[in-house]
Write a protein that binds this ligand. Structure first.
Ligand SMILES: Cc1cc2nc3c(=O)[nH]c(=O)nc-3n(C[C@H](O)[C@H](O)[C@H](O)COP(=O)(O)OP(=O)(O)OC[C@H]3O[C@@H](n4cnc5c(N)ncnc54)[C@H](O)[C@@H]3O)c2cc1C
Length: 383
């Protein structure tokens, strides 16, 4: 362990013991939401670590939040059900008005309100975020929203939605990053009054939904920051999201490596532990080297983020390395277990499905490579 959050990690390890793998397996089987686990996290103050102390949180940084998510993943849990509260927070903290912070942050910190939904992706625009069409039109003291979002996680379990929408048509802006705005929407008021939420069944228990906006009226003061500047506001949050997902993938790597190592030492075939065979041992050792490299990059990205420095390159590289390392470690873990790797009670298949998402969302590997190719290495733009 090479960071300063051993106390947080120790507490998380103990708390996670109260929620053994059977708990997460059952949630996966039924598509259930881990309300009990989230209540525990809230009660212990771990979900509000990023909220400043004056608003009821712990006032810690992304390294602390990452340590929490990593330990949950390592224990066999699935932070996908609640991690958004951590990475969406930055947009509200940095760009929200004092009134918005006073109104929402103490209630989020206490668990009274959940900020778990982040609405960016749309069916037509896909990865091309600047082409989103959901439109918020200002009329008097209100915005009227029309459009559609897809793959919005946890919308049925969140009180608040952080929404990215167009406020000026794309063909009327000078720079294509202009004309997008961020809104903090009370979904309890909106649902059934212009907002329809439709669940999507996914291969992992991620509580994904489609959102349909049909003349949804929201108060004009739901706008975060300045109108038209929203894309820049969410970029910070996106780096935070990539770093936190990297921590989760590192936790997944450790889950798989712990399990594979243990099984390789315990399981005897041909009169000796299977791990004595280098054909079994080396892939696990290689997974460990890949995990450590990804872990170093994740910690570097988090350190830069917490220092308020530029971290786009590091956050993207960390997410790419960590999500690939966790998938590979999961594959090795499954192979090490032979036939038992396929048994649901071993949780390897569930964790593999959960960790596979992170090569696609919140940003796919190709888009990270194009960021590195174009913005870091200055090669020609492809789009
Ligand atoms: C379970 C789940 C939960 C999610 N939760 C949320 C959420 O809470 N909020 C939210 O806003 N979104 C969410 N998403 C959406 C997610 O961020 C997108 O699925 C992801 O960004 C990819 O967009 P897309 O699915 O439209 O793929 P597309 O844009 O259609 O891309 C398809 C494939 O083509 C590749 N591709 C596209 N263009 C290029 C190019 N120019 N060069 C090279 N390759 C390219 C992509 O890399 C990808 O592999 C979630 C997705 C899933 C599956």
């Amino acid at each position: 362990m090479n960071d300063d959050y051993l106390d947080i990690r120790d507490s998380m390890i103990k708390l996670c013991e109260q929620f053994p793998n059977e708990y997460w397996r059952e949630k996966d089987k039924t598509g259930g939401y881990p309300d009990e686990f989230i209540k525990m996290l809230n009660d212990e103050g771990f979900l509000s670590v990023l909220i400043p102390e004056e608003y009821g949180g712990a006032g810690l940084g992304i390294e602390a939040a990452g340590a929490i998510l990593e330990e949950i993943s390592r224990s066999g849990g699935h932070p996908g059900a609640f991690h958004a509260q951590m990475y969406t927070m930055g947009t509200v903290l940095r760009h929200g008005s004092e009134r918005q912070k006073q109104q929402y942050l103490p209630k989020i910190a206490s668990g009274e309100l959940r900020l778990q939904a982040f609405g960016v992706t749309e069916p037509v625009a896909g990865t091309d975020t600047l082409s989103i069409r959901t439109f918020a039109e200002k009329k008097g003291g209100k915005y009227i929203i029309n459009g559609q979002k897809v793959w919005i996680s946890r919308a049925e379990h969140s009180d608040l939605l952080l929404l990215l929408a167009r406020t000026t048509p794309k063909d009327q802006v000078e720079r294509k990053t202009d004309g997008l705005s961020v809104f903090l929407i009370n979904m309890r008021d909106a649902a059934g009054n212009g907002l329809t939420i439709k669940p999507i069944e996914a291969m992992m228990n991620h509580h994904a939904t489609e959102l349909f906006f049909n003349d949804l009226e929201i108060p004009a003061d739901s706008l975060i920051g300045e109108e038209g500047k929203g894309f820049n506001y969410i970029l910070d949050g996106m780096n935070a999201e990539r770093i936190l997902i990297s921590y989760e993938c590192i936790g997944d790597c450790k889950f798989f490596i712990d399990r594979a190592t243990q099984y390789a030492c315990d399981r005897e075939v041909f009169g000796r532990p299977i791990g004595q065979n280098q054909g079994v041992q080396f892939p696990i050792a290689r997974n460990y080297t890949e995990m450590r490299a990804a872990e170093l990059m994740t910690h570097k990205a988090a350190e830069l983020f917490d220092a308020g420095k530029k971290c786009g390159e590091e956050a993207n590289i960390a997410k790419l390395l960590a999500s690939e390392a966790s998938w590979k470690a999961g594959d090795t873990c499954l192979q090490t277990h032979g036939g038992y790797g396929m048994a649901k009670e071993f949780d390897i298949g569930r964790k593999l499905r959960e960790t596979r998402l992170y090569q696609v969302a919140p940003i796919s590997t190709n888009l990270i490579l194009s960021f590195i190719g174009q913005h870091v290495l200055q090669m020609p733009r492809s789009f």
